[in-house]
Design a protein around this ligand. Structure first.
Ligand SMILES: Cc1cc2nc3c(=O)[nH]c(=O)nc-3n(C[C@H](O)[C@H](O)[C@H](O)COP(=O)(O)OP(=O)(O)OC[C@H]3O[C@@H](n4cnc5c(N)ncnc54)[C@H](O)[C@@H]3O)c2cc1C
Length: 389
């Protein structure tokens, strides 16, 4: 059988390569960057993706680098009052069968990369940005930016938010800018002044802002993420999301919370995007996966998790359909579309929830306080995950 080409060696592309190789398919990953890698910040992994990582045979190897928080805590940024939590103890494990963990992105990506390197079915090539592709009934040919050409049985576009593969398949232009800006910082744990909630993954929500903290790398460092929904962006003004707007939006926040802004770097920010859920992301022998297919805001912390779920489902459908990649891809997208759309749309809602002000904030706080920390029924659709063979 011909090899399958994957454009993009991020978390989604590597998970897809691994999942396909485990089904006996030969795979070539074409990565645009000069090296396979990830940025130096944290990422959250729910029980739904832990199940997928277990299925892919990498969960155990990731464990030493993972941190397992005691609870997911939500607090009001203006008062520092804890409003609600999801306890991550025994009841959570019994309900979802897998634990919730947080991990450094490089450790997760590195774990997948190591697993890919151990498989003889997988070829990894860097400095191979996909420029264009063409297909006929039997094969896909990819042309890279450096002129290299590859033929394969199919192409999976795992080339991220700005995916050129998506532009050829769907052609829906640039993703939607949410007007939300993210500042991050990972600092040694000794630098953290308030260590009272060290064993938690905690989110403080406030008007047009939220702040996330959790530990990484065996607890040695703290991951800090401050996000603002830019008022300048909404008013179409200059310097939307600039560091001085970060300070401005965080000004009314409880001093104990605002103090954590010292842990985020002002050198760079991330501009958040998503897309309207698409009704199709397959054309012939070409399909999309991860952020290329369904980019989402980070408010459910599920973008990479959806990419990994995609990978497992895609490999199952390819294995079931044999040479008929088109049929496999249609079956794959049928299974993934509604779940990923629910994540995209729910993430927008959770952004509003985190960033609520005035009456919406009062309602949010009342509803949050009334929750049962040991009965996270609202998360069942997500955390119970998907069925795999
Ligand atoms: C602030 C923030 C916090 C987040 N937190 C979480 C979280 O806690 N949990 C979670 O699950 N998700 C989280 N996410 C989302 C997550 O980061 C993404 O959904 C995930 O990285 C998508 O993986 P991907 O492999 O689809 O795309 P990417 O990670 O974007 O990888 C795409 C790859 O394709 C390569 N590429 C690009 N163009 C080409 C080309 N032309 N040819 C070949 N290769 C190409 C890129 O170099 C890259 O390596 C967060 C996102 C943000 C912004």
């Amino acid at each position: 059988m011909q090899e399958i080409l994957i454009a993009g060696g991020g978390i989604g592309g590597l998970a897809a390569a691994l999942a396909l190789a485990r089904k006996g398919r030969r795979v070539r990953v074409l990565e645009k960057a000069a090296e396979f890698g990830e940025i130096g910040y944290g990422i959250q992994m729910g029980p739904n993706v832990a199940k997928m990582l277990d299925h892919l045979g990498v969960l155990e190897a990731l464990e030493p680098a993972s941190v397992f928080p005691e609870a997911l805590v939500f607090a009001d940024a203006l008062t520092n009052e804890e409003l609600t939590r999801i306890s991550l103890g025994k009841a959570f494990l019994a309900r979802y069968r897998y634990r919730y963990f947080v991990i450094h992105r490089r450790d997760l990506h590195g774990g997948l990369l190591d697993a890919c390197r151990r498989r003889s079915e997988i070829v990894l090539e860097s400095s191979r940005g996909l420029k264009s592709f063409s297909q006929n009934g039997d094969a896909v040919t990819v042309v890279c930016e450096n002129g290299a050409e590859y033929a394969g049985a199919a192409l999976i576009g795992a080339d991220g938010l700005w995916s050129p593969t998506r532009q050829a398949v769907i052609g829906d232009g640039a993703p939607r800018a949410a007007g939300h800006y993210v500042y991050r910082g990972v600092v040694p744990i000794e630098q953290i002044v308030d260590r009272s909630r060290m064993n938690m993954m905690i989110i403080w929500g406030g008007p047009d802002l939220h702040l996330v903290q959790y530990r990484l790398r065996g607890g040695a460092v703290m991951n800090n993420v401050a996000t603002i929904a830019s008022r300048r962006f909404r008013r179409n003004e200059k310097n939307a999301g600039a560091p001085d707007e970060l300070e401005e939006v965080f000004a009314p926040v409880h001093p104990g919370v605002r103090d954590s802004l010292r842990y985020v770097s002002r050198e760079r920010n991330w501009v958040l995007h998503d897309r309207e859920p698409a009704a199709n992301w397959t054309e012939g022998r070409v399909t999309l996966l991860g952020d290329a297919a369904h980019p989402t805001l980070q408010y459910l912390a599920q973008g990479a998790q959806m990419a990994i779920e995609d990978a497992v489902v895609l490999a199952e459908k390819v294995a079931a359909a044999g040479e008929d990649c088109h049929r496999a891809f249609l079956a794959y997208q049928r299974e993934r579309m509604n779940r990923s759309a629910r994540v995209v749309l729910s993430s927008r809602f959770f952004g509003e929830w985190f960033h609520a002000d005035a009456g919406a904030r009062a309602l949010r706080n009342e509803l949050a306080r009334a929750r049962d920390p040991d009965n996270p029924w609202e998360a069942d659709w997500l955390y119970k995950g998907i069925d795999i063979a």
